[in-house]
Design a protein around this ligand. Structure first.
Ligand code: BMA
Length: 251
C-alpha cells in the first residue's frame, strides 16, 4: 500500500511496541522512516528504516536523531512513543524515579518536538502516544499518570502555537496494549508464569474483554498523521476498548 511515498517520518520509541507497529505501517506505506530508540528493532526494520541510537533524556542525542531524519528532506511526521511505567503513590515514589519517568515520558517529547518542528519546513503532523491514564487512573501510578497528563497539555500547546506553520498535533490515549512495557508490568504483578493470566485479567476490565494489539493503536496514529486528518489538531483520541466509557458500578 504505497500511499505515502514521499513522507519523511521520525518515530521515537519505534523499535517495538506501539512505535514499532507504527513504523511498520509507515514502511508499508512507502514512507521514509527513521527510528530513534535505545535499542535496535529486532530484524524486521533493519533495512527498511534508518536507526538512530537515542536516549531521549539527552537533548544532544534527540537533536542528533532529528538531524539524521531531516538530513535529506524536510520532516513530515513525528511520533513520540517512548515510555516507561513505574509504580508507586506520590509518597512511595522516590524523587529520582519521578524525574526518570517525567524525563522519558514527557520531557523527551518536549525535546523531540523542540528539535523537530523547525525541520517541518513544509508543515507536518505530530502524534504523541499518551494513555487513558491522562484522563482517569488506577492506584499506584502517580508518576506515570502525571507524565501522561503533561503530554496532553503539551500536545494542545503545540497545536495552538504551530497551527500557523501548518503543523497538526494530536495524541492517542491507549488502554492496555500488548507491548514490552505492559508485559514487563504484568510480569511484575503476575510473575513470569502468571503473565498471560495477568494480561487477560487486565483485558477483562476493558468492555471488549481483551488488551489491544499494538497495530490497533498504530492504525489510528497513521490516520492522524495522514492528510485524511487534515482538519484535526489539538485533539486526543481514546483507543481503549471502552475502558473509560464504563463505570465500575456493578448491577
Ligand atoms: C496504560 C498502561 C497500562 C495500563 C493501561 C490502563 O497506559 O499504564 O499498564 O494497564 O494504561 O490503565
Amino acid at each position: 500500500m504505497q500511499n505515502s511515498p514521499n513522507k519523511n517520518a521520525l518515530i521515537f520509541g519505534g523499535a517495538s511496541g506501539i512505535g514499532g507497529a507504527t513504523a511498520r505501517i509507515m514502511i508499508e506505506q512507502g514512507a521514509r522512516v527513521t527510528i530513534a530508540d535505545v535499542r535496535r528493532p529486532s530484524g524486521w526494520a533493519d533495512e527498511a528504516a534508518q536507526y538512530v541510537d537515542c536516549d531521549v533524556r539527552d537533548p544532544e542525542q534527540v537533536g542528533n536523531a532529528v538531524r539524521c531524519a531531516a538530513a535529506q528532506a524536510p520532516l513530515d511526521w513525528l511520533v513520540y512513543s517512548t515510555g516507561i511505567q513505574h509504580y508507586g503513590s506520590v509518597v512511595s515514589t522516590p524523587v529520582e524515579e519521578y524525574d526518570l519517568v517525567q524525563s522519558i515520558n514527557s520531557r523527551g517529547a518536549f525535546l523531540a518536538c523542540r528539535a523537530a518542528i523547525p525541520e517541518m519546513r513544509n508543515g507536518g503532523a505530530i502524534v504523541l502516544v499518551s494513555s487513558v491514564q491522562a484522563l482517569a487512573t488506577q492506584k499506584g501510578v502517580a508518576a506515570y499518570a502525571a507524565s501522561k497528563g503533561t503530554l496532553e497539555a503539551l500536545m494542545r500547546a503545540m497545536a495552538v502555537d504551530h497551527a500557523k506553520d501548518n503543523i497538526r498535533v494530536n495524541s492517542v490515549l491507549p488502554g492496555t496494549v500488548d507491548t514490552p512495557m505492559v508485559r514487563s508490568s504484568a510480569a511484575r504483578f503476575g510473575g513470569t508464569d502468571g503473565l498471560e493470566q495477568t494480561l487477560q485479567q487486565w483485558g477483562d476490565s476493558h468492555p471488549l474483554g481483551r488488551v489491544a494489539h499494538a497495530e490497533e493503536i498504530a492504525n489510528l496514529i497513521a490516520f492522524l498523521l495522514s492528510d485524511k486528518a487534515s482538519f484535526i489538531t489539538g485533539a486526543s483520541y481514546r483507543v481503549d476498548g471502552g475502558l473509560l466509557a464504563q463505570l465500575a458500578v456493578r448491577l
